[in-house]
Design a binder for this molecule. Structure first.
Ligand SMILES: *[C@@H]1O[C@H](CO)[C@@H](O)[C@H](O)[C@H]1NC(C)=O
Ligand SMILES: *[C@@H]1O[C@H](CO)[C@@H](O)[C@H](O)[C@H]1NC(C)=O
Length: 408
């Protein structure tokens, strides 16, 4: 049996270990063994150590928090009412509905549901795990609710963009509302594609923050209503990179590349530095314009600004250079993509095919099939075009059959 003092030392050591976000499973097992050996199971000394570590880890390292929770249970300890919301948030972050429900029954068993933060976190957890009826049930069983409870349920409707009639009546019946409640309604209407109602809520808001503006803007650009988006964008009291990116991408995706590039120049003038996402919009706009000098300028810009060369940026660059006929550059960039997907292949095949490199296009298509990457209709059209232009009739027929088969 250990003395009091030595268990305090062990507890201090354990506290240090438990606070580490990256414990290996083997280390966790050793810890577990240690807790047993030192007779620390169910020890009130260890309880606050676990609670503290879980609370600290839950946001930055939800998975580590969940593993500690399981170690905690195996050590015959239960999280306190203050820690349970943190664990529920970790379950929500990881979409672990089973863990969330387990915490729900545990809270029910030990009478924690009357504790408002626990019930609120439960509503939020069910919503984030897409279990709207679960969220609704917990909410309805609450005897006391605050604005956080309402917002948690509203947020669940909003994220899914469903049952907005219910959401609206919930919102209308709220004893008090804050910016989060208003924004949730805008998000909900945007997500279910009812931009008219979204705008009505937006116009009615007592105060709008950056989230409100950005969500409304996203609604317009996602629906291809770029002129409405631009009007809103021009009214924005402050514009962050996300707003600029949405607007540039919106123009680019609705076939207005000149507008996209003009806005990009305005963004530069405003001193906002583009990131990879913004550059994807700029690069696809330049691809649509199809001018070699512009493509080269944009390519050099990406280098100069050290834009992250992620898969989407590289694929957009491949597409741009291929469309402008710079096949060598497109191939080199394609080779830079660690694991090209259907979009990357299609971009290059399309470029090769439309610039008379039928055999190269066909070879690349073969490679794509070899890697079991499923071609889309555009890939087939490119390949067929390449075949017909080069008189490769047999190959064309082969791919035609392949397309028919892959449709089934
Ligand atoms: C849990 O998440 C909600 C929603 O993001 C947040 O408002 C709340 O403060 C979080 N609770 C804890 C204990 O981290
Ligand atoms: C939650 O814990 C605090 C102390 O940490 C206590 O005062 C409170 O009564 C507890 N609430 C419930 C519902 O157990």
């Amino acid at each position: 049996m250990h003395s009091r003092r030595s268990s305090a030392t062990i507890v201090a050591k354990l506290a240090h270990l438990l606070a580490s976000p990256c414990l290996a499973f083997s280390e966790l097992r050793q810890l577990h063994a240690h807790i047993f050996r030192c007779n620390l199971r169910a020890s009130p000394l260890l309880l606050p150590v676990f609670n503290r570590a879980i609370r600290a880890l839950s946001k930055p390292h939800p998975f580590a928090a969940v593993r500690l929770y399981s170690l905690m249970l195996r050590s015959s300890l239960s999280p306190d009412n203050f820690t349970v919301p943190f664990l529920l948030n970790a379950s929500a972050a990881l979409s672990l509905l089973t863990l969330g429900s387990e915490l729900h029954s545990r809270s029910l068993r030990v009478g924690l549901l009357s504790f408002l933060p626990v019930a609120n976190a439960l509503v939020d957890m069910y919503g984030k795990c897409s279990d709207l009826s679960g969220a609704r049930r917990v909410f309805e069983e609450m005897t006391v609710r605050d604005v956080v409870s309402f917002n948690a349920l509203l947020g669940s409707y909003a994220r899914l963009g469903v049952d907005m009639v219910d959401a609206q009546s919930l919102f209308d019946g709220m004893p008090q509302r804050n910016a989060i409640s208003w924004n949730a309604m805008v998000v909900g209407y945007v997500n279910c594609g009812d931009l008219h109602s979204a705008r009505a809520v937006f116009d009615e808001m007592p105060t709008r923050n950056l989230v409100s503006w950005t969500v409304m803007l996203m609604g317009y650009t996602k629906s291809g209503l770029v002129d409405d988006a631009r009007e809103l964008f021009d009214e924005m009291p402050e514009r962050n990179l996300v707003a600029w990116t949405m607007m540039i991408t919106g123009y680019s995706q609705s076939g207005r590349p000149e507008k996209a590039l003009a806005l990009f120049r305005e963004m530069e003038k405003a001193g906002v530095e583009p990131d990879a996402a913004a550059m994807v919009g700029v690069i696809s706009a330049s691809a649509q314009i199809g001018r070699v000098d512009l493509a080269n300028w944009v390519g050099a810009y990406v280098d100069r600004k050290r834009i992250e060369r992620n898969e989407r940026v590289l694929t957009a660059l491949v597409d741009m250079h291929a469309k402008c006929g710079n096949v060598d550059k497109a191939c080199r960039l394609f080779d830079e993509i660690p694991s090209p997907d259907a979009f990357s292949y299609t971009a290059l095949i399309n470029g090769l095919a439309s610039h008379g490199h039928a055999t190269m296009a066909l070879n690349l298509f073969d490679k794509m099939l070899e890697k079991s990457i499923k071609p889309d209709p555009i890939t087939f059209v490119s390949v067929l075009t390449a075949c017909s232009h080069s008189g490769l009739v047999d190959e064309g027929l082969k791919f035609w059959r392949c397309m028919l088969e892959s449709d089934q």
